[in-house]
Design a protein around this ligand. Structure first.
Ligand code: ADP
Length: 175
């Protein structure tokens, strides 16, 4: 197994043209919404929602894959994060999002995947806790990946970027 590069950047998840796949912080019905889902669906165009129809609904922690349509990325992996304090155990369900998305990308033979900070918007997850869960889950599955080489964590604000960088450095991996 080659090394996995994990990096944190500030930016828009819908504008990561060098990545083969991006992850949507989806709702259960896989429909356009606010935040990440809104940005992804508006960049992808209505064909994405049409492709999603047959795959919905999904459960917290689950991941499903579609094409990218109008996005610069060939694939979108849709994950439903837990609503903090409602879908329990929250840490396990949030970790499942990262694990399942990575394993799905790997099974498809993809080399790169970009994640937003799943559940930290409308779903209310505290950013420090979410960062730790994300980094732990990615590092725990890294040894099982055969095609995925690059994981990018895309944070919307500079503050969130600093929190994720800290979690990544505490976890001992580069980024
Ligand atoms: P959830 O419903 O899973 O909480 P949201 O889309 O509400 O998902 O927010 C998840 C995180 O993504 C939040 O930290 C939010 O600030 C951030 N975010 C919102 N829009 C974008 C975007 N276009 N690119 C990257 N991150 C975004």
């Amino acid at each position: 197994m080659a090394d996995l590069t994990i990096e944190c950047v500030q930016g828009d998840i819908a504008n990561q043209p060098d990545m083969e796949s991006i992850v949507n912080a989806a709702n259960a019905r896989l429909m356009p919404g606010s935040g990440v889902a809104g940005a992804i669906h508006s960049a992808a165009g209505p064909e994405l929602a049409r492709e999603c129809e047959s795959l919905a609904p999904i459960a917290p922690g689950q991941a499903v894959i579609t094409g990218g349509h109008g996005l610069p990325n060939p694939y979108v992996i849709h994950c439903l994060g837990p609503v903090y304090g409602v879908d329990k155990p929250s840490d396990e369900l949030l970790g499942n999002c990262y694990r399942n998305a990575l394993m799905l990308a790997d099974r498809k033979g993809l080399t790169s995947i970009a994640f937003p900070a799943i559940s930290t918007g409308v779903f209310g997850y505290p950013i420090e806790k979410a960062a730790r869960v994300a980094v732990d889950a990615i590092q725990a599955v890294a040894g099982k990946l055969t095609s995925v080489r690059r994981v990018r964590l895309v944070l919307f604000s500079d503050q969130d970027l600093a929190v994720f960088r800290k979690a990544l450095n505490a976890g001992g991996t580069s980024g």
